[in-house]
Write a protein that binds this ligand. Sequence first.
Ligand code: PMP
Length: 354
Amino acid sequence: MKKHNFSAGPCILPKEVFLKASEAVMDLDNSGLSILEISHRSPAFVDIMNEARDLAIELLGLKGQGYQALFLQGGASLQFIMSAYNLLENKAAYLDTGSWSTKAIKEARKLAEVDVVASSSDKNFNYIPKDYNIPKDIDYFHCTSNNTIFGTQIKEFPDTDAPVVCDMSSDIFSRQIDFSYFDVIYAGAQKNMGPAGTTLVVVKEEVLGKVSRDIPSMLDYKIHIGKDSMFNTPPVFAVYTSLLNLRWLKEKGGIEAIQKENENKAKLIYSEIDINPLFKGFANKPDRSTMNATFYLVDDSLKERFDKMCKEAGINGVNGHRSVGGYRASMYNALPKESVGTLVEVMDELERKA
Ligand code: PMP
């Protein structure tokens, strides 16, 4: 029986995507060859890569605005240093909203000065700092749109004239924002886009070529753009499966359509967290993420019972990250509302029986 999969990533993808991807492992579009054995230079794969790159740009509403999409390897973690390699000459401003931003800051500091404009580390990152100043003399401003571990999400991005770099690993393609506000967007695929193994990087070309350092080829966005994201062998299966998922999203009506579903799912879980006296939310209410809901049991002695009930209901992946504890329900695009409904029923049942 298929589980209700609330895993934070790698995570649930649509059933149609799993099916088509598994068919392609045996035979890609009746070619007599597996997606895993064709050359990445074959016309079939070049078409896959081009369509995936175009579709990513189209879904983000960035067509014809000077952006390029790349499917790279090394995870979002490589982007912490790679984005800095390409854009950081003297100084950058970073917003510190959780472990992943902290790691991005640590990497960028290897290259130049980093001004941390605000941090929510004083409250174990349970909120998004507001009212901070971004200095003018910076190469770029970096932020993390959604904090996967802590369950917070930036709802309003700050005004700045500087280029903006954003780690969107855990909420890309989940909500409509003006993506043209950003100059570099990066996201590990394994949340809202596809399986682990590739990272989407969307770059506005005009921000490149401004640093004086000699960038190693594999870290150079320009080189990857010049080679149409095929500078070296790309992660073919991860790119293909991401393409299937992007096609699924387009067919559903794109980001606007999925945003409504995501908001409904989030409403369902957060109203239960707020109404059920046995549970308490972790994140500051206005900053609550629509992707990762973090909460805990007020009385920890109920944990064993609640965990058992979840298991019996086929609920998977709701344990909180070790740095927050409690529970985390990740509700990425492909998670059906029924799965959230099942979790809410179990929470409800615990209240009735406790
Ligand atoms: N940034 C965010 C917001 C994340 O959630 C994660 C990981 N899940 C990362 C960066 C690191 O990604 P990766 O494991 O792909 O390097």
